[in-house]
Ligand binder design. Structure first.
Ligand SMILES: [Zn+2]
Length: 567
């Protein structure tokens, strides 16, 4: 049994005092903190938040401890029976995977602030919160101010919030009890939200036939600034969204539904149905897998698709999602550099930052497009008899229910078994190739009567010269350059700040100044040095385009795709 106590003697310092007490099993004990957290496949190096480390013996006398690796400490236990390991954890960042304290709450993701003892990760944990709070929200069993976990894995996967205030929603769907514990200020319409949650949840339950757990909890933080972040867990999800008072805007409301639907789908896909390389998780190092296009790709696709198919979204909203994925793919020249399978391995390198130009693709975006192509191809080749629903259902039965991981081959074999006989061509030609997906998308769409047209972007910089700008704090910075475009030929590059267009100072909209010119003179700022560039727009040079999708009036396979097949 390992006992943890948490307290925040000075809330404004945002330092949580953690004390870990355990019985010594050797005269030299290693304490290990996780170096990453499931859901974000990159090094988190949470030990950077730890300071003032001390160790004590049974008589509460200090004993020697020192660091032996970036997230390992060694304690000289000697013959002592009970050891206490103590430190401060800086809890200053609020996101869906962090630990954060303020005057209203103590929000903890145990994976980033509570260590384990190597070789003893199967021991039970109790976590005691010493400060007084009115409410405790957690997927773990708890009593008063104490939480109980069967082992480190369960504790690591169970975020909790001790709070002074809380808003709670609950409902039962197919014998599963769902809760939403809400923190912060928001104008979200709870009644509408909770009703929509019921609709998409029922829909997802029908795909898999059952839910892996009997209780599920949404821990929802609303912030007074922009946030969009969610993390999946076995019995809960944490979602941080803001601005909390923007939910009267339909767009923001739909963003909220999409993230909630995505995280719920993860309860099956990745929390229980998991790549073999991550079964079990190794919290000490990178857990490489090429299957990010299933973990996040299928989940991203289904998160939105379930909103359309369950009827919460109409065709227009579904089209917006598709066009967003298509446009992101078209604008990312990293598609000619690394495949989505290779980019999955590289999340550990730079997966959550834009990275250097033209380097990689996204397991979310390209993963969703690949999932959509496979779904449509499977529907078309089985004349609507089978779809990705069946793939996920079968994989869940075959692997998740038996508590075993699945391999790359297992996934593609399931597609073949269900009727996509040429699935391996998609594996080789799309999933494992650095290519543009357009022709595969067009082929798939043709089969269900969906029309995909590309037209020049509405923005002049993109339409005429093949570059995009982002205007922030009055500065127009280049964020994308199309390969071999007029901008590329004219030596414009990522990060350049545009100061003048044809002698006119760029104030707000560079697109307005550049409109209707075929040659433009730019004054730019690059690494603190001003320079002049001349761009020549020519019809034969590539430009940035945008996608337009139209749906058929009446097509039975199209109806299979977005219809309520399993309702
Ligand atoms: Zn996800």
């Amino acid at each position: 049994m390992i006992h943890i106590s948490l307290s925040t003697p000075h809330v404004h310092r945002k330092m949580v005092k953690v004390r870990m007490t355990f019985l010594s099993s050797s005269n030299s004990q290693i304490v290990q903190l996780s170096s990453w957290r499931p859901g974000r496949y990159e090094m988190g190096n949470f030990a950077k938040n730890i300071s003032h480390v001390k160790a004590y013996n049974t008589s509460n006398e200090k004993i020697s401890t020192h660091k032996i690796a970036k997230d390992q400490w060694q304690i000289a236990c000697g013959n002592e029976e009970q050891i206490t390991f103590e430190y401060f954890y800086c809890a200053a960042e609020l996101n869906a995977g962090s630990t954060y304290v303020n005057s209203q709450m103590l929000y903890v993701n145990p994976v980033n602030c509570i260590p384990f003892l190597p070789g003893r990760a199967d021991e039970k944990y109790t976590v005691e919160i010493l400060d007084s709070y009115a409410h405790l929200s957690c997927g773990l069993p708890h009593e008063g101010n104490k939480l109980f976990a069967q082992n480190f894995d369960e504790l690591a996967d169970s975020p909790f919030v001790a709070s002074r205030n809380i808003e709670v929603l609950s409902q039962e769907i197919n014998d599963v009890v769902f809760y939403a514990n809400i923190f912060g200020i928001t104008n979200l319409n709870f009644e509408r939200f909770w009703n929509d949650v019921r609709i998409y949840t029922q829909f997802q339950l029908n795909i898999f036939g059952e839910f892996p757990v009997s209780k599920y909890r949404y821990l929802l933080h609303f912030t007074p600034y922009f946030m969009h972040h969610g993390v999946e867990h076995n019995t809960s999800t944490v979602i941080v969204m803001g601005h909390g008072e923007n939910f009267d805007r339909e767009e923001k409301y739909n963003e909220m539904l999409a993230i909630c639907s995505h995280e719920l789908f993860h309860t099956w896909n990745v929390k229980t149905l998991r790549p073999v390389e991550m079964m079990p998780y190794d919290f000490t190092k990178e857990n490489y897998t090429q299957l990010g296009y299933v973990d996040e790709g299928v989940t991203t696709y289904y998160g939105d698709l379930c909103l359309r198919r369950s009827g919460i979204w109409n065709n227009d909203l579904w089209k917006l999602s598709l066009e967003k994925w298509l446009n992101s793919h078209h604008r990312n020249y990293g598609r000619y550099s690394y495949s989505v399978a290779d980019s999955s391995v590289d999340t550990w390198l730079d997966g959550y930052t834009p990275g250097v130009p033209w380097r990689k693709v996204s397991i979310y975006n390209e993963g969703a497009l690949l999932s959509m192509i496979l779904d449509i191809e499977l529907i078309a080749s089985t004349n609507g008899e089978k779809s990705m629903d069946d793939v996920m259902h079968q994989m869940y039965q075959q692997f998740a229910k038996k508590n075993t991981g699945y391999s790359v081959e297992d996934y593609w074999k399931t597609l073949v078994d269900l009727g996509l006989s040429n699935a391996h061509e998609f594996k080789t030609n799309i999933a494992e190739s650095a290519i543009d997906y357009s022709s595969y998308l067009k082929n798939a769409f043709d089969k269900i009567g969906v029309e995909l047209i590309w037209s020049p972007s509405a923005f002049a910089t993109e339409r005429l010269f093949g570059f995009s700008v982002d205007i922030q704090m009055g500065k127009s910075k280049v964020t994308s350059v199309c390969m071999n475009s007029a901008a590329d030929m004219g030596s414009l590059w990522y990060g350049d700040e545009i100061l003048e267009v044809d002698g006119i100072t760029v104030d707000k909209n560079v697109n307005f100044l550049i409109e209707a010119t075929t040659t433009t003179q730019l004054l730019i700022l690059r690494n603190g040095v001003q320079m002049e560039l001349t761009l020549h727009s020519k019809p034969e040079l590539p430009i940035i385009q945008q996608s337009h999708i139209s749906f058929p009036e009446n097509n039975s396979l199209f109806n299979c795709w977005i219809g309520k097949r399993n309702a």
